[in-house]
Design a protein around this ligand. Structure first.
Ligand SMILES: [Zn+2]
Ligand SMILES: [Zn+2]
Length: 182
């Protein structure tokens, strides 16, 4: 049983790796001015929620990033991808999709923390960049499909499933706007 300690030690190492999959060491990169490194990381990130859409808890966020050493820090250009789910604004049915966002951010030893992501102990955390890109990119008006017909405002019928018969155009604001132009 003497090997048991070693085995559990490796297990702890593995768990640490999973808990912080987005942390990237950049000491070697920064030794060379103009050095470039490509990394791909993925893992869940908690709390990616907007009022009408969210990344489901436990689902992986994927980050493909190019890191470039620059004088005071590291410039990161990244493609961030995550699945999202929400409620269709028009028909109130389930809506979902894949968020894809390209972002470019600077990680530095110093500077305004509002503008520069922190570089700590020659390590940067791509989770910070991914979180901000996803919160900006989550749909504010989720739709189950781009041409969702929505619910009838008069009788509440889901107009994706058929015409309820109350769809006279008299009250449509688009026609009222056209009337004012003429
Ligand atoms: Zn819909
Ligand atoms: Zn109706």
């Amino acid at each position: 049983m003497s090997g048991q300690g070693t085995v559990s030690g490796q297990g702890a190492e593995g768990r640490r790796g999973r808990r912080h999959p987005f942390r990237v060491g950049v000491a070697a990169l920064r030794e060379r001015h103009g050095g470039v490194m490509d990394v791909a990381r993925s893992g869940p990130i908690d709390g990616l929620e907007m009022p009408d859409s969210a990344v489901p808890e436990g689902r992986d966020v994927e980050v493909e990033a190019r890191l470039e050493a620059a004088g005071e820090g590291v410039m990161v250009t990244a493609d961030v991808r995550a699945p999202w789910e929400g409620t269709c604004r028009r028909c109130l049915g389930p809506a979902s999709g894949l968020l894809c966002s390209r972002t470019r951010e600077f990680y530095g030893d110093q500077g305004d923390p509002e503008l520069v992501y922190p570089l700590r102990g020659q390590q940067l955390d791509l989770e910070l960049l991914a979180r901000d890109a996803i919160l900006l990119g989550l749909p504010q008006v989720p739709l189950c499909r781009p041409d969702c017909a929505g619910l009838c405002p008069t009788c509440g019928t889901d107009r994706n499933t058929g015409d309820c018969g109350c769809g006279e155009r008299t009250g449509d604001p688009r026609w009222a706007a056209l009337d004012q132009l003429s």
